[in-house]
Design a protein around this ligand. Sequence first.
Ligand code: AMP
Ligand code: MG
Length: 477
Amino acid sequence: MTIAFDNSWVRDLPGTFLSVQPAPAPAPRLLALNRSLAERLGLDPDALQAEGAEIFSGNRLPEGADPVAQAYAGHQFGGFSPQLGDGRALLMGEILAPDGQRFDIHLKGSGRTPFSRGGDGKAAVGPMLREYLMGEAMAALGIPTTRALAVVATGAPVLREVELPGAVLARVASSHIRVGSFQFFAARGDLGQVRRLLDYTIARHYPDLAGSANPAKALLDAVIARQSRLIAQWMGVGFIHGVMNTDNMALSGETIDYGPCAFMEAYAPGTVFSSIDHTGRYAYANQPLILGWNLARLAEALLPLLDPDQDRAVDIANDLLEGIAARYRAEWVAVMRGKLGLAGAEDGDGALADALLAAMEGQGADWTLTFRRLADAVGGDATTLAPLFADATALRAWLPRWQARLAPDAAARIRAANPAVIPRNHKVEEALAAATAGDMAPFEALLAAIATPFAEAESYMLPAPQGFGRYVTYCGT
Ligand code: AMP
Ligand code: MG
């Protein structure tokens, strides 16, 4: 099949990538194909069904593909690595969707690159299908995200603690420009490249800002706005990214790089799933703080472009950075107003939401079900809601305050704002374990359920059974 690539990154930003070739896959097999995404991109799903294994394994790249590994740096758990880059991924090319929107088509798990350091450049079936599931869940919840177009089993094993079946993920993103992309060139003092990246980012993601008097300031301000909204949306659905390193934060405002991420079940602010997050740096309730921390790193990378006078540049950056907490809070309160089904907007709405969280904390209250069942309680009947709480005393004290603020059609609004189905940890594990063993049926069933998250599907709504234990996730390597 032909794909009409239009590779603006390679054309416009020489010196920011290295040409690479994907590793051959001995026996590629298409495990999952996102037909509706293919259609949205203007690609023929039937042709991809027939040729996707060869194309997305990297065995036969379509004409016009120009595979490159992109350079980036990043703060990982607070420590700076001046060179990370695509160590097991490549940008195959860009396409323009029928609506004119530009997308990257990117392969992850496609083999070694000059950025691989000690790694093998490979990925396993389980983590690539996890990224597929999580991205589709977020997309269905209306949260900006990269999405999987396909997962192909390569037919070759990858060596982790045990031998696992290898896979390549074909990922679609509105770009792969990361905070770390700017850091890479800023750390080398290559101001020209930072400026070209700035211009490119504005043209691609914030065209309204073209011609701004201070483009760096305008971009920083706009990224703060998009990322503040994104993290507020994550918090609303109980999503924990797990590795909010600066290389995993996209300038587009999309969720990117699904590794050890998971959705919280019982509300607990300190929830951490990642096996490597020993200090809880990326715990649920820390995510808004890390938002500010990461954007401060972006501001640092842009500093010389904010103003030629360093003191003035620092003042501009600080002004914007100091506003993040309030901007995030406003986004979060807006998310919570929707979740709570409130009428209009009042000053006390944030405090009302805080009070519900305080009532949930320590009570084992499932995040998703609590909000969903608020719909049953708009008339004062808490018989489905209260049993979610070990002790519902504080909840019962809160309910009348909330009822006084409800919109006329609150129950319907609450059901439209709060999912019934999220990719619950035990269901994700069950699907990935089966897929790793060759059975795709549980993955397909879970994918179908999370694609319509506001429809009730009982077997996908229950929290993990007691025996599931504390959930631990591992990096997608
Ligand atoms: P991630 O944890 O996936 O965000 O990756 C962080 C960095 O490690 C990126 O530069 C990746 O390209 C690199 N990396 C992760 N896994 C591998 C691997 N198996 N082989 C080579 N590089 C890798
Ligand atoms: Mg990453």
